[in-house]
Design a protein around this ligand. Sequence first.
Ligand code: PMP
Length: 397
Amino acid sequence: MTIKMKQSTKMDNIPFSGIRKVFEAAGELEKQGKDIINLGIGRPNFDTPAHIKEAAKKALDDGMVFYTSNYGTEELRQAVAEKLKRDNGLDYQMSDVIVAVGANQAVSIAMTALLDPGDEVLVPNPSWLHYFYCADLVGARTVSYPLLEENEFNVVPEDIERLITPKTKMIIVNSPNNPTGSLLSRESLQAIADIAVKHDLIVLSDEIYEKLIYDDGVHYSIASLDGMKDRTILIHGVSKSYSMTGWRIGFAISSNKEFISAMIRVLQYTVTCANSFAQYGAEAAMRGPQDCVEDMRVEFDRRRKLVYARINQIEGLSCIAPKGAFYCFVNVKRLGLSDEEASAYYLNQAGVAMIPGSAFGEYGAGYLRVAFSNSYENIEKAMDRIAEATRALFNKK
Ligand code: PMP
């Protein structure tokens, strides 16, 4: 019997992640015995610090095996409120914090709870793809504002203002940014805040990379600016700063009671609550010694300098120095290949996996995202291979 029923039409325009496609191709090559260096994956390669693991193990041993409050444990929510005061100078209460299943779910509950079909959301492009597809899943329309290399991948406020219509309801801000590594200045954030106030917009500010900042860069939270707190949802998490991507703990934070009430109902009816013992680990991360965060940042910085220096020595490639996160957005426009072709070329010829920039939106076309979330030694080896494969490409022409 043939089944005529089809998937929901809202899935028609939601592709399988372009990032995953590269991993699958890399996996195939590995199966054939090829040595692949993965500079694609967006996660730290460090083990989670021991004191965090111990706290989760203890929680399990202590019988913390049941549902927690839908909001998350009070201890963790309190620890997040204290972190916001300590690190960001922001005054939030425990009741302003929802513990979600990763920052990913925090974004998803915010969009589901606050957007109606047809509402427009302003999204940086290129950016982490979830903003686009979480919005699509609720029937909202995403409108891209460009992050261009000539502006160091920074926001140009006039570009945003030009895109606003009566349907615009939300604007996404992500600093430090995935995939470009850009960091928004206080002035840029102020300009976005002014637009948000003028047009009465909700701001979703994803600050998950806030601890990974280099040189003299400073992270500012848009929520700290005048008139912003009640219209902002902060997205934070432990995945990137504490190397806890598999733990799946993130936070949606807002002083707006209506937003919290709407978001918690989405979370309730999707996942009930985040994993209980992982929340105890996350609490140890927030409250425990922070030198592990700095140690990882210093190592990322060493790798960042390596990638920046080596890429710019290769004829045909260039990049600007990322100011935050752990990505370098490499310009490949002089190769005479599209970014997808370049990604496939380096994977097959050099055994190096890098993500085509267009996987992060059309303004990412012509770039490859290089994640320096692999060991220094492997990155060195990858840079040698990329240099050689690039030379070979030009010699062929
Ligand atoms: N926000 C951004 C900008 C990211 O790059 C990522 C992960 N790639 C996330 C959120 C997701 O974080 P989590 O693991 O907490 O879901």
